[in-house]
Design a protein around this ligand. Sequence first.
Ligand code: SIN
Length: 181
Amino acid sequence: MESVWLFGYGSLIWRPDFEFVSSKVAWVDGWTRRFWQGSHDHRGVPEAPGRVVTLVPAMDERCGGIAFQIAAPDVADIFNALDYREKNGYDRCEAPLYFALDESESKVDGIFYIANENNFAFLGDAPIEQIAQQIGQSQGPSGSNSEYLYNLAQALRDLDIDDEHVFEIERELKRLDQTAQ
Ligand code: SIN
């Protein structure tokens, strides 16, 4: 068995809690990142879910994140742990990962976790202000939902990945925080 490439586009970008051999910026074709998934177990609770990211289909778009290369002997244990971490509605998917935004040649087969619209915790779209408000109010066993959003936005900036959806919610949450003071 060979090493496996895992693509992370949400908390896996800024909190990979597993060993990896190497990592680099990568892109998946035909998907876009959205704060449309409910979090009952990390950034919210069942009676007051937070909002975390999933990927939704988007023709002609590429979503940027980090590809982590996991060594063959670690694959089974790491994916068991990730299945547990991502248990609130996410399934494993397979797709090519591209190592450059504009190139299709440099690619590997990758695995990533997607929470599709049929899962029990899916929340879907809402006005940006409502998404930001929900994130600002939510708290779960892994910490505040705001921390998830701010860490993700900062990590994307550090990686030079533009994501207007994430940055717009970040701006709105900062505005709400300021008006509350
Ligand atoms: C991911 O990071 O790739 C999956 C979604 C999340 O755990 O935030």
